[in-house]
Structure formats: C-alpha cells, structure tokens
Design a protein around this ligand. Sequence first.
Ligand code: LR7
Ligand code: MN
Length: 532
Amino acid sequence: MRSEELPTHVLFMRKKRFDAYQARELLRTGPGEKGLPVHLEGEEKLLGEKLMQKEAFNIVASEKISLERSVKDVRDHRCKDIIYPKNLPSASVIIIYHNEAWTPLLRTVHSVINRSPPEYLHEVILLDDFSDRPELGDKLRTYVEKTWPDGIVKMVRAQQRSGLIRARIEGAKAATGDVIVFLDSHCEAGTQWLEPILAHIQENRKTVVCPIIDAINDNTLEYSSVGGYNVGGFSWSMHFTWRDVPEREKVHRKYTDPISSPTMAGGLLALDRKFFWEIGAYDDGMDVWGGENLEISFRTWMCGGRLEFLPCSRVGHIFRSSHPYTFPGGKDTHGLNSARVAEVWMDDYKRLFYMHRHDLKNKDFGDISARVDLRKKLQCKSFKWYLDNVYPEKFVLDEGVQAYGIVKAVDSSLCLDTLSGNDKMEYDLGVYYYQRGTSTNQLFSLTQTHELRRENLCLDSSGDDGSVARMTLCFKKTPGMKWKHDVDQGTLIQEKSGKCLDRADLSSGDIVKVKPCNGGSSQKWMFESVSL
Ligand code: LR7
Ligand code: MN
C-alpha cells in the first residue's frame, strides 16, 4: 500500500511516532548518545574483547547503548539549507542479515524508522538469510510486532542460506515501494538521510545512488564522520578501493552536488525499483559475499545508468575486520564471484584480474550465460568505454608502459617483491625468491613517465646511501619517483640521486636498498614479462 493510500489513522500514528522521536532526539542522554564512544572497564572490557573474536565487533559496548540512540548531525552546513520537494517517491528499505547480533540489527531498523519521514518510508523489509541464532526467531518477531504494530516492518526468511547477493534479490522481490534502498544490518541512518536519495532518483530514475558511509567504530561504537568524501575505485585483483575525488569532478560543482563514482562499496545503495529489475538486479550465480559491488557498478555505467554518491545523505556502518559468519564449503566466494564479473563484463581486461589470480584460471565459477545474454540484450558498452569515460585515471598495468612483469636479479633467484605489503598505503620494497609469475607480489610496471608502479603506488626513496625504497601514493609525484632502467647495464637508477637499487647481502624477505652505482651484478635487474 502506498503511504497516501494508508488508512489515515496509520499514517497519523507513524507521523506521531516520527515527530515524537525528532522532538526528543537532541535531549536524549545515556551511553553512546549523540554517537559518542562507549569505553568499557574491568570485567566488561575483558568480556567485550573476548566476544570480539566471535562477533567481530564489541557486543558488550553495543548492549549498553539504546537501540534508539541519537547520532550527531555530521552533514556539512550547506546540506542543512536544502529544501527537498514534497512529492518524493516512496522507499522500501531492505536490510539483509545472516546471524547478525541483536543490537546492531535493531539499531539499524530503529534508526531508519526514526529518521525517515513516514510519508516516504513505505516499508522496512527484514530479510533473514537463514540465520540460526535463537533470538532471531520468535523473539525478534515478537519484538517487531510489539514495537511497530502498524506493520511497517515486514519479515521475510530465506528457505536456505542464500548469501547476501541472492538475499538482496529476494528482498527486492518482496518490496513494493517506488525506490529500493539496501542497507547492511549494522548501520545507523543519519539526519535527513533519505530525502537526498529520493530527490535525486526522482530527478533521474536511471541513477544508482549511495549515501556517504560514516564509520561506526567496531570497538567503541562511536559514530564519526568520514569528513570529506572520496569516490570508489577498484584494484585489478577486484577489490574495492577509495580514491580521491578527481580534479575533473572538483571543478564546476557545489559541495552538495551528487558526485559520480566509478564504483561503490556495495552495502548501502538505492535505486528506482523498476530500474533495478530492468538493469538486471544482481547476478544470482554469486555466492555468500563479494564481487557484486563491482558487478553492479560496471553494469550500471556500461548499460546506460549512472552511479553517484550523495554528500548530504549519511549513513554509519560498523566496519568489522572479519566476518562473523561461515562460508559454506570454505569457498573463496569473493574470488569466484569476481571471476564471474571479469568474464561477463571486463572483455579482454579480464587478463589483469587473472594475472593477480592465477589460481582461478581454470576454476568452475558456474554458468554465466544468463548474464552474458543480459549484457547483449541491454546493448551495454565495452569495458574499454567504461575505463575511458568513467575511470580515465585507472592505471592499466600493461598498456602504454615500457615494461611490465617480474623484476628479477640477473644472477640470483631474488626478485623485487612487495613482501605482502600490498594492502597497505605505503610499504618498503623487498626481495623474495622468484615465483614464476604466480605471485601478485612480484608484478611491477615501468611506466612511460619513469615510475616503478603497482596500481596506485609508485617507488620512492630519499636517495641517501643505504636508504630504503618505499612504495607510496603516485599522486604525490615527488622527484624521487623517477627511475630509469638501463636495459644494457640492467641498472635501476633513481634519477634524483643517480643511485642504484641494490640487493647486495640481502636474503629472501629482506628490504632492498639504494646505493651508489658500482657496475656490480647486485645492481643488475631484468624485466621478465609474465605469460597469461
Ligand atoms: O551469507 C550472507 N548472508 C547475508 O545476508 C552473508 C552476509 N549477509 C549479510 C550480512 O549480515 C550483512 O548485513 O550481508 C550484509 C553484508 O555483509 P558484511 O557486513 O559482512 O559485509 P562487509 O560490510 O564486510 O562488505 C561490503 O562488501 C560486501 C561485498 O559482497 C557487500 O557489498 C557489503 O554490503 C559491503 N558493505 C559495505 O559496503 C559497507 C561499507 C563498507 C565500506 C567501505
Ligand atoms: Mn557490513
């Protein structure tokens, strides 16, 4: 039922509830109110730490905080002056969960209901992906029926563990609002979070929008603003990354304008419900977790939609460092799901994914024919079009470079190696035994502009005798980032200092050094291209 069709007394009751919360929100007191942190002591601190291993967040701290806590309004002041249209579309908020802990799950629901104007909040769908925690059964149903007797919260249970991707599809099937909004089950919606989403989708129904994701600390539950905002990128191993807003986007825009992004993080997004189905929902061949965020991002852009972040809509999310649920069969679902994305959407660029994931080359990732057909039916553009037009800054490791591959010492089996520093924003470069192109850690590009580069990181060094060489963000463009590979001599010379990359006296696993060039074999390196 649309909100305008709701019996007057139901809408009246919802409005009363909303107004009552709004009126007392700023007056609330207690642990964690206004999004402040909760610091535990003594026994409780120990218990919280112990349970952290199971829950992947501090459940003891969370239980101290009201399910209806207030959070500070972290929006930029310019957002507060915006007046949104009155006739916005209605929203179905879909929260999927598998064995989520009680407090974060219900805090998500309360925050949505308390901070979404009832005339726009059509329903909240709680999609239980076959949880087996006892309290998520009858106890939850009773709580929901008692707390929201007007039926605004609908509970749907999957008949088997379906994984988050198929769970979202089921949630969308159950939804009847104009717009669907997906949220993870450990979020807190911020002040006026919904209006910018609905207003923007009303303006362009082919836009997929994401709120800015604020951080809820996994230990103290502090809600804190991420401050400025970034846009989404990806690594060739198909992980989501944050990146600075490119200069081309910074010009001609007001702070409050939506900002287009090549990719999304995945958990918090909204789009027109009919458009969701038109553009192919999600890939139902994907299991448990991972990859669907890049899939929907590529697909949206390539098939005629847009993806935008909204600076004035903010939702907090508990960032957990592990998964508090199982992966049935111990499968690497992120890898297999990503292989599906690469095969369906990335054309020849899938080579770059497989360069990082040799292990997945002949793995069975299931049937992708329906998705290939979808791409044809929607007449989607090529991945090259996406790179050229949506993500022109994306560095393609083996295109337009002087060399790409393994950097091997000429007279030993040592190669330049990240020593697994890959995930870090900065790390010292080392050497490790030759891995025959099977280790991502040993792949480097030498660019036309003389950087020794991996994705967004470039080699730099102070250039002092014996100094280390560090992989650091390329956009800093420091003078130390230029390196010349003398193909005849084999030397890798830092242009700034004239010194050479040296492996003398190093063993596998050691950090490489910069030394005065001496013509010795410990300073000779060759690029070996990797075969795919
Ligand atoms: O089998 C499952 N069934 C589920 O219903 C596994 C998970 N889930 C639920 C789970 O209870 C949760 O509500 O799915 C939701 C997401 O799972 P998380 O919270 O463990 O995922 P995440 O936050 O670690 O991972 C991010 O990437 C995922 C890739 O598949 C999803 O897109 C997540 O939604 C996404 N989360 C975010 O984008 C939040 C912001 C993170 C950033 C930056
Ligand atoms: Mn999450």
